[in-house]
Design a protein around this ligand. Structure first.
Ligand SMILES: [Zn+2]
Length: 168
C-alpha cells in the first residue's frame, strides 16, 4: 500500500475553471521508458508514493535538484534515485500577500520559502516551496523545516502530487 494511502495528506484545492500550470501536469507528459522517456518519470511516481526524491550522480556523488539525466558537474549519466533528507533548514522566505498566482490566490497570504536539505552545497539540495500552518512573523532563517507531500485537488479529477514545507 502506498504511503499516501496510509497517512492523511495536506490537500491544495484548485479551481476547475483555471488551467493548471504545466509544472504540475508534467507527470502525464512523462513516459516511464522508451524513446520518448525523459528519465525523470520516477520523480512524479515517487511523489505519488509519498516520497520526495531526486537524482544522485553515481560518478561524482552529487545530489542534484531538480532531477537530471546528465550530471552538470562530471557529465556522467549514471543516476540513482534517492530520497531527499526529510529535515532541512530555512534559507530564505517571504510572504505572498498580493499577486498570488490565480490558482492559489485563495490561499494568500502564504509563505514561500527556500530550504536546504542535506549538506548543501557539497551534498545537499536547495528547494523552493510553499509553507502552511505558519505565519511569516514566526519564522527566522535557520529554522528547521520538513518537506511533506501535497495532494493537489483539481482541476478535474486527475491525481497530482507536489511537496511543501512545514516548520518542525
Ligand atoms: Zn557527477
Amino acid at each position: 500500500m502506498a504511503l499516501r494511502e496510509l497517512r492523511k495528506l495536506r490537500k491544495l484545492e484548485l479551481p476547475d475553471t483555471v488551467p493548471l500550470s504545466p509544472i504540475l501536469d508534467l507527470w502525464d507528459q512523462q513516459e516511464p521508458s522508451g524513446p520518448d522517456a525523459t528519465g525523470i518519470y520516477d520523480f512524479y511516481r515517487n511523489l505519488a508514493d509519498g516520497e520526495l526524491t531526486t537524482t544522485e550522480c553515481k560518478g561524482c556523488g552529487k545530489l542534484l535538484f531538480p532531477p537530471v539525466i546528465i550530471c552538470p558537474y562530471c557529465n556522467g549519466n549514471d543516476m540513482e534515485w534517492v530520497r531527499i533528507p526529510e529535515e532541512g533548514e530555512l534559507y530564505a522566505f517571504t510572504e505572498l500577500k498580493l499577486g498570488a498566482p490565480i490558482i492559489v490566490e485563495n490561499y494568500a497570504p502564504f509563505v514561500i520559502a527556500i530550504a536546504r536539505f542535506g549538506n548543501y552545497p557539497e551534498n545537499g539540495v536547495q528547494l523552493s516551496g510553499m509553507m502552511f500552518d505558519v505565519r511569516y512573523e514566526d519564522l527566522k532563517i535557520g529554522d528547521k523545516v520538513k518537506w511533506d507531500i501535497l495532494e493537489i485537488v483539481g482541476p478535474g479529477d486527475k491525481a497530482r502530487y507536489w511537496y511543501y514545507f512545514k516548520k518542525v
